[in-house]
Design a protein around this ligand. Structure first.
Ligand code: NAD
Length: 479
């Protein structure tokens, strides 16, 4: 399969080049050159903002049912093209092809759900206290043109969460994929255009991340920004939006804790933990990272977990039996090594992995570490990669306290068959999503979002469309 020719979609036209020059896109598998990326510069970015401003006037006039029909068609096209798009995703990001295809079909399900949800953006009529006011209608209207900044770890899913929800609400949108994963996002944008989203309602730009965000946030025509990425960048963009009083939704990663109680189903917990940790090479914001295992089970649990971790098959995402691909970028490989080396220097023990694999491609061995001291970066910096930390606990309250101790609060997990503990852990773990006895907290029908520094607002579920709307009161009086 050939990597597709990358283009920008601006002002209703596919463009082969932009004024921002080009940049190499390299394969995570073998570092070979996949293509040259055309980059939009300020001129095209401002044109894109004008385009979605015009597109908003057209798209917002379509009623929810009309938008629903178009978005459902886009979802079907994604399903039809899932293999083709999935191959591009794997080429540029590295994950196994079956995970890529699953990502695309899930993105189609998210689109379906948000399209349906648009039909349920109900208003309400509030009873009046004044004799001459005859109605007080509270309605929701689309917020306006949106700038959607997506990352590289789930480049289709996380693009579609933003694009489909914005369009479902009646907003127009500029999609900016990560610079490592523009191809699959471009093919998904094509599905939405082919389904009938008007050209000006959807623009697609690739560019230098800070330039794209500076230009689009500062353009007065953009009314909302949605960002998924790291905490430091989220803070910068949030500050820029706050200064201009623009709406901002952010999803900024996590450092998820997993509490394994003494009554947990141990073989099930270990099997779930291996898959949960190393899927997508651990490059998942809800990825479990810090295990707190009851002391009575710790030694046996860790021995089996390490054994299973060693068996994970690394390789090309295109090979059917590959379980874990390379990391998506060279800098992620460097970060993994820095985190492990720093932890070891401060007293941590590596139980398996802890190093690069091979010298071509960005593979890092699935890694398990223990005795990580609180001052090691790994203890408080999100690894966002294939590193698991295992520690023992004796008192459940102490484990909960440790789980809640970081500024991150996206997802948290616990394994226990005791109903009372399930209740307590569900209530006490500080996170936007708590999974009890499983890691599957990211579903099209359920809200996804973090507390504390993990972000502001939600995507997906009934909550996912609301950030793309404004509330309006229409109050009518007799003359
Ligand atoms: P990074 O901070 O360099 O970039 C993170 C994301 O932000 C990337 O997608 C990048 O394109 C984008 N970005 C960077 N500068 C930007 C700017 N000025 N304006 C707009 N977007 C900008 O980190 P990285 O090395 O790419 O990824 C690792 C870190 O990012 C991890 O620590 C992880 O927390 C975070 N991350 C989180 C998610 C998530 O799903 N929450 C996804 C990807 C990355």
């Amino acid at each position: 399969m050939q990597y597709p020719q990358l283009k920008l979609f601006i002002n209703g036209q596919w463009l082969d080049a932009g004024s921002g020059g080009t940049r190499d896109l390299n394969s995570p598998l073998d570092e070979s050159l996949l293509t040259q990326i055309p980059l939009a510069g300020p001129v095209e970015l401002n044109l894109a903002a004008e385009s979605v401003h015009r597109g908003f006037a057209i798209w917002k006039k379509k009623n929810a049912h009309e938008r629903y029909i178009i978005l459902r068609k886009a979802a079907d096209l994604m399903r039809e093209r899932s293999k083709e798009i999935g191959e591009v995703l794997t080429m540029e990001q590295g994950k196994p092809l079956n995970e890529s295809i699953r990502e695309i079909t899930l993105a189609a399900d998210i689109t379906d759900f948000q399209a349906e949800e648009a039909k349920r953006l109900y208003g309400r009529d509030v009873p009046t206290r004044l004799p001459n006011i005859i109605s007080q209608n509270v309605i929701r209207q689309p917020i306006g043109p949106v700038a959607a900044f997506a990352p590289w770890n789930f480049p289709v899913n996380l693009t579609v969460r933003k694009m489909a929800s914005a369009l479902a609400a009646g907003c127009s949108v500029i999609v900016r994929p990560d610079i490592q994963t523009p191809g699959c996002a471009m093919l998904v944008v094509q599905c939405f255009l082919d389904a009938g989203v008007p050209a000006d309602a959807l623009n697609f730009v690739i560019g230098k991340p800070s330039e794209v965000s500076d230009v689009l946030i500062n353009n007065p025509l953009i009314r909302k920004v949605s960002f998924t990425g790291s905490v430091p960048i989220g803070k910068v963009l949030g500050e820029q939006c706050a200064r201009l009083v623009k709406h901002f939704t952010s999803e900024l990663g996590g450092h998820s804790a997993v509490i394994v109680c003494e009554d947990a189903d141990i073989p099930y917990t270990i099997a779930a933990s291996v898959t949960g940790k190393f899927r997508n090479a651990g490059q998942i914001c809800t990825c479990p990272t810090r295990w707190f295992i009851h002391e009575s089970k710790f030694d046996a649990w860790v021995a089996e977990f390490v054994e299973k971790t060693k068996q994970i098959k690394l390789g090309s995402g295109m090979d059917k039996d590959t379980e874990m691909g390379p990391l998506a970028m060279k800098r992620r490989l460097e970060t993994m090594q820095e985190l492990v080396d720093d932890a070891v220097a401060k007293g941590a023990t590596v139980l398996t992995g802890g190093h690069r694999v091979g010298d071509k491609g960005w593979f890092f061995a699935p890694t398990v570490v223990t005795n990580v001291p609180a001052d090691a970066r790994l203890a408080y910096d999100e690894p966002f990669g294939p590193i698991a930390i295992v520690e023992k606990y004796s008192d459940l309250n102490e484990a909960i306290e440790k789980a809640n101790s970081l500024p991150y609060a996206l997802a948290a997990y616990a394994f226990t068959t005791d109903a009372m503990k399930q209740h307590v852990l569900g209530q006490e773990l500080e996170a936007g999503m708590v999974g009890i006895n499983h890691f599957g907290v990211s579903q099209p029908e359920t809200p996804f979002g973090g507390w504390k520094e993990s972000g502001i607002g939600q995507e997906m579920g009934a909550e996912g469309i609301l950030p793309y709307t404004e509330v309006k009161l229409i109050s009518v009086s007799t003359p």
